[in-house]
Design a protein around this ligand. Structure first.
Ligand code: NAD
Length: 369
């Protein structure tokens, strides 16, 4: 059987720097665990614009559709700020998400013990935290019609956006959350504003329908999203999987992410419908951007991108044990006090470089054998 295929799109700024370390990790799994991938690399964002005059060429889009999984670094940078909206680096990423129809965005918020002091919350509230926010990514108020700014005929203007969800859109993301919960602690909390929004009532009813008909073994609760925000900062460990719409998910996932400290540690996955081989369409990427302020200096923390590959192992390639091995290696490196500059606190020793962090992760992987 052919090896599974991975399309790597390093992108801009620190993207290529952190991706270099991930490529070493991928090679390690090929050599030491017999998990070989057919890896190809291509351009996205500003790098693609520089070469092709577009942030994502049709050929790269087609390669992404064919790949078993896509791994992306980051896009963007000041050199592209004045480009027309349609040519901006971010449009490349949006095109990937849209054409691959990646409707389920997975954002883990996991607190590594060694970094518990980085949270703005008290250590005992976040230590050991491990929750997953599933955000609907392709519908809702960011896409609903009508939208726009018009004259209101009274001398002023009116801005309009429309929150709109269909049965199918809600059910498919709910299924994705229930599937995840079965691999974790079997608990889903669905968040909306059914008290004030009809789309919220529909959301609640459809999530309940999917539960009752397809996942009765998973524990389901419902919560208003404003209460959800409060509970996330009051007692985040009460949650396992949270499923919510595009707008609330945007806000709640950033809030949950910051419970854990640093942007350099946060991975993500965006999943779509299953392909013919049963694997979901999938794009894995760190939450952070291209960090132009530190690009090219060897200072970037590669952990978020490495942990995104761990998510690929788990969700695209059904290698949960190997994903846990990689996450364990990152955990060990942190516990040993290895820190890139973003993870430093006053009084700490010298920060390590991006490559040093990659070396330490590879050494910890060797120790895991
Ligand atoms: P950013 O995430 O790039 O950086 C924010 C801050 O965090 C910076 O100080 C940066 O140095 C630091 N940081 C980020 N990742 C780090 C890492 N791995 N290691 C160490 N420090 C890290 O956000 P920004 O500055 O708002 O945006 C910069 C560019 O990235 C913009 O062009 C923006 O549009 C783009 N962006 C892209 C994505 C993406 O590709 N998914 C996401 C967000 C922003």
């Amino acid at each position: 059987m052919a090896n599974p295929s991975l399309l790597i799109l390093p992108g801009d700024g620190i993207g290529p720097e952190v991706m270099t370390e991930v490529e070493r990790v991928i090679a390690w799994f090929g050599e030491k665990r017999g998990l070989a991938f057919d890896v190809s690399t291509d351009l996205v964002g500003g790098a693609a614009y520089d070469k092709h005059g577009t942030p994502l060429s049709d050929a790269t889009m087609a390669a992404a559709q064919d790949a078993d999984a896509v791994l992306l670094g980051a896009v963007g940078g000041p050199a592209y700020d004045d480009l027309d909206f349609s040519l901006k680096p971010e449009r490349g990423l949006l095109r990937l998400r849209k054409e691959m129809d990646l409707f389920s965005n997975l954002r883990p918020a996991q607190c590594f013990d060694a970094l518990a002091d980085f949270s703005s919350l008290k250590k005992d509230i976040v230590a050991g935290l491990d929750i997953m926010i599933v955000r609907e990514l392709t519908s809702g108020v960011y896409f609903g019609e009508p939208r726009g700014i018009q004259d209101d005929n009274e001398g002023g203007r009116v801005g309009v956006n429309t929150q709109r969800y269909t049965t199918n859109e809600i059910r498919r993301v709910a299924r994705s959350a229930f599937e995840l919960a079965r691999r974790r602690s079997n608990k889903v909390c669905s968040m909306e504003k059914a008290n004030v929004m009809e789309s919220g009532i529909l959301w609640r009813e459809e999530v309940q329908w999917v539960h009752d008909n397809e996942y009765p073994d998973v524990e389901l609760s419902h919560m208003y999203a404003d209460n959800g925000a409060m509970q996330l900062v009051r007692a985040p460990k009460q949650f396992d999987v949270i499923v919510t719409d595009n707008l609330f998910g945007d806000i709640l996932s950033d809030c949950a992410a910051m419970l854990t400290g640093s942007l350099g540690m946060l991975p993500s996955a965006s999943l779509g419908a299953p392909m013919e081989n049963g694997r979901p369409k999938a794009l894995y990427e760190p939450v952070h951007g291209s960090a132009p302020d530190i690009a090219g200096q060897g200072k970037a923390n590669p952990c978020a991108c490495v942990l995104s590959f761990a998510m690929a192992l788990r969700y695209s390639f059904d290698q949960g044990d190997e994903a846990a091995r990689l996450e364990g290696a990152v955990q060990k490196v942190l516990a040993d006090g290895v820190r890139t500059a973003d993870l430093m606190q006053s009084g700490d020793a010298e920060p390590v470089s991006t490559t040093d962090m990659g070396d330490a992760i590879l050494a910890a992987l060797d120790d895991s054998l």
